[in-house]
Design a binder for this molecule. Structure first.
Ligand code: NAD
Length: 434
């Protein structure tokens, strides 16, 4: 099919490249010229496993194109996806300005019947609003078929997730839009849930709020377990075997970050408030998460009398492993607090250091060697559970650090493994080893 995707971020780029891989002819449109230039040279502006291979394939096969020109990108298209950002506004609501701008620009170039699909995460009712807006701009006689197809990929495994999604949600009030989307995704061989547009929009926020709730829930239980001398990993194993609960998404740590959970939970609360139906449970999920961000710094404060002049390694900067995305990364607030309190921070991350430099305080030192990062340090804080960090030999901490103290915010190591070494080990929801 002839497809256009507007926005080539984590979602738009992966969607466009995967659809091209399945044989569709895809034009990806972005306003960022340097991004489009990079993409035309098969260079990915984001770190995502497998994406550059898809870019090369699509460009070579001549069915994947990148442009800043809406007219070129929309020419003779059957379906257009809107995949621009919907970041958090100051009041916590979703900022739809990028979406409004992109749809308005697009409307001026639509001159045939087309299915417009919102892939961005948007508040319930947005699809209908955009539908009205588009119809007020396009030429008389041109039919816009509106649809919603929220995205569930995870950064770090986005390409894999697109080809192996648990389900595809298609929200369409128009039978032709539904038929086209089913045809578009036919070769993915994935279960498709077809519903109306508002329910599809609701599904996305509900899914993210539920997952965020699981994280905040287990983090509170972890804090309590730690206080009472229980081990959170035994607790999650024990509850996870109950099929009604399940074991996924129950890893205790220093909370959720990234470009989705923090903003989507806040937007969900905002949506509920706007119809005077407060979601107190989700409000608490957000508060618990904000508190959990403090846990690692609190551990440092209670372990050391004074933080002034302390030399600390921070391992992992991106909001989660296998991505270079720094949006709402726990490392940002942790490092800012440490620096404010006079700590000398040396940071290491396998891929996110360049992006990190744009948001972290200028006092931070960076190294691309994990060994160098921990050398002669008073403590090491583990903030993101990259495999390079999990697989790094524990004896090196003993050998290289001034005092081998690890504050592990992601429970990277088994307790019995750490016990073999002379390491002081603080983690989340487990006893301290010293
Ligand atoms: P992003 O910030 O990585 O990318 C957005 C892209 O849109 C940028 O390249 C930007 O230049 C482009 N853009 C902005 N205005 C434009 C315009 N008028 N015309 C053309 N291009 C324009 O965003 P993202 O992380 O890909 O997220 C996109 C949407 O998908 C958001 O609503 C987000 O909530 C949702 N989502 C994201 C993820 C994720 O893991 N990142 C997962 C599921 C859903």
């Amino acid at each position: 099919m002839e497809v256009a995707v507007i926005g080539t971020g984590y979602v738009g780029l992966v969607t466009g490249a995967c659809l091209a891989e399945k044989g569709h002819r895809v034009h990806c449109i972005d306003i960022d010229e340097s991004r489009v230039q990079q993409l035309n040279n098969a260079i990915s502006p984001i770190y995502e496993e497998g994406i550059e291979e898809l870019l090369k394939n699509g460009i070579k096969r001549d069915n994947l194109f990148f442009t800043t020109d809406y007219e070129e990108g929309l020419h003779q298209k059957d379906i257009v996806f809107l995949a621009v950002g919907t970041p958090e506004s100051e009041d916590g609501s979703a900022d739809l300005s990028y979406l409004y701008k992109a749809s308005e620009t697009m409307a001026h170039y639509i001159n045939r019947d087309i299915t417009v699909v919102i892939k961005s995460t948007v508040p319930v009712g947005t699809g209908e609003q955009i539908d009205e807006k588009l119809n007020s701009i396009v030429k008389p006689g041109v039919n816009i078929r509106m649809a919603s197809n929220p995205e569930f990929l995870r950064q770090g495994t986005a390409v894999y997730d697109t080809f192996h999604a648990d389900r595809i949600i298609v929200g369409a009030n128009h039978p032709e839009a539904k038929k086209q989307l089913e045809e578009l995704y036919h070769s993915f061989h994935l279960p498709i849930v077809v519903t109306d547009i508002k329910s599809a929009e609701m599904i996305k926020y509900t899914a993210n709020s539920f997952l965020a709730m699981k994280i905040s829930f287990i983090n509170e239980i972890a804090n309590l377990s730690e206080k009472l001398g229980a081990n959170i990993e035994s607790v999650t194993e024990g509850i996870g075997m109950d099929k009604r609960i399940g074991s996924s998404f129950l890893n205790a740590g220093i909370g959720f970050g990234g470009s989705c959970f923090p903003k989507d939970t806040k937007a969900m609360v905002h949506i509920a408030e706007s119809v005077e139906m407060p979601l107190s449970l989700i409000e608490e999920v957000i508060k618990v998460n904000e508190k959990q961000r403090e846990v690692l710094v609190d551990k440092v404060r209670s372990r050391f009398k004074s933080l002034e002049g302390l030399e600390v390694a921070v391992l992992g900067l991106s909001f989660k492993p296998n991505t270079d995305d720094m949006r709402e990364a726990a490392s940002i607030s942790i490092i800012r607090k440490l620096v404010q309190e006079g700590v000398k921070v040396t940071a290491f991350d396998p891929v996110a250091m360049e992006r990190a430099k744009q948001v972290l305080p200028e006092q931070v030192n960076y190294t691309d060697s994990l060994e160098e990062a921990i050398k002669e340090k008073d403590a090491t804080l583990i903030v993101t559970e990259w495999n390079q960090i999990k697989d790094f030999p524990l004896e090196k901490y003993v050998e290289l650090m001034a005092t081998p103290i690890i504050m592990d915010g992601r429970n990277c190591f088994e307790m019995k493994e750490v016990q073999k070494y002379e390491i002081e080990y603080h983690s989340i929801g487990r006893k301290t080893i010293n």
